[in-house]
Design a protein around this ligand. Structure first.
Ligand code: SF4
Length: 313
């Protein structure tokens, strides 16, 4: 019988979809950057590392629920900046001896600043993978979104992670360039991926959330939302320009879906690059062709959000 209340175990509010079955350990609260225009995740929280004692206590509590886990995710958004991160990871390994995957979000700029020697130590402690929000490889789009990193810094951060042997997952934000930078966003994002050769490229489709700084930019005309068809064309252009090797491409977020006639007609594209590039492009061509002929209402996550049919992203 468990002698603590589940609410005593501090879950992070956000994690990547592919960490759905991982044990979630919150090592810090919030984001040390917290300035991206599209992001509302941690706006009400001031970044703060948790104390080592508190984290260890959470790890101990989690072992009572998820004793045999194979995978642990460390949150919130940039926990590798914490000075005790090696010790936290070592303690996770000690208490979850079967966990062969220990992962964390990390900003590319943080990886770049930590550098090879520090990252080697963090890897040696047991970290296996970093999830990095590239969002875009286009300089102007990164600037507009206030991502706080240039394409060169994204490349440097991605490369150092790969060089020390960490698995790297890059997240690209479809629609981030808006109508004005659609082509540049697709082509330059592919270029950054080609330079780094991440192990995974994962897509999220941008939804302008109420109360976000991006909503203000949109209302002032600085940012123009893409239509569902434009979003698909952008994904197609991105894939066409990718020249990566043994890279898993995934559209593993519901924001990538497209609906027509009340049915989900597109759930994204998945595949290993370069082997399955043509298969993914064929699915996109088929979907674009279908959408050009349908007389029904075409919806994407942005439209559903605006209609109030989804509220949690
Ligand atoms: S997108 Fe990531 S880096 Fe940007 S504010 Fe949100 S959590 Fe921080």
């Amino acid at each position: 019988m468990l002698n603590f209340k589940i609410q005593d175990y501090d879950f992070p509010p956000y994690r990547p979809p592919n960490e759905a079955t991982s044990v979630l350990i919150r090592a810090s609260r919030g984001c040390p950057w917290n300035k991206c225009l599209f992001c509302t995740m941690y706006k009400s929280i001031k970044f703060k590392p948790k104390s080592l004692d508190e984290i260890k206590e959470d790890i101990d509590k989690a072992t009572k629920i998820y004793r045999d886990t194979k995978s642990v995710f460390i949150a919130d958004s940039d926990s590798l900046v914490i000075k005790d991160i090696d010790e936290i990871i070592r303690y996770i390994k000690l208490r979850f001896p079967d966990a062969n995957r220990i992962t964390s979000y990390a900003r590319a700029k943080t990886l770049m600043k930590l550098g090879s020697e520090r990252l080697k130590k963090i890897k040696k402690a047991g970290l296996t993978r970093v999830h990095v929000g590239l969002e875009s490889g286009d300089k102007e789009t990164l600037k507009l979104m206030n991502k706080g990193a240039t394409p060169e810094e994204m490349i440097a951060g991605g490369r150092v992670a790969k060089d020390v042997g960490l698995e790297l997952s890059f997240y690209i934000l479809i629609g981030a360039g808006g109508k004005d930078r659609l082509k540049e966003h697709a082509v330059e994002s592919a270029k950054v991926c080609n330079e780094v050769n991440p192990d995974f490229i994962r897509l999220r489709t941008l939804v302008v959330q109420h109360g976000s700084l991006l909503e203000r930019a949109m209302n002032s005309g600085q940012y123009k939302v893409l239509s569902p068809i434009e979003k698909l064309k952008e994904v197609k252009m991105l894939i066409e320009n990718l020249e990566v090797n043994q890279c898993e491409f995934a559209s593993d977020h519901f924001t990538n879906n497209i609906w027509a006639d009340n049915t989900v007609i597109y759930r994204g594209v998945y595949g290993i690059l370069p082997q399955e590039k043509n298969d993914m492009l064929n699915i996109l061509d088929y979907t674009l062709d279908f959408l050009s002929k349908t007389k029904g209402e075409v919806l994407d996550s942005t439209i559903l959000y605006e209609k109030g049919l989804i509220n949690s992203l």
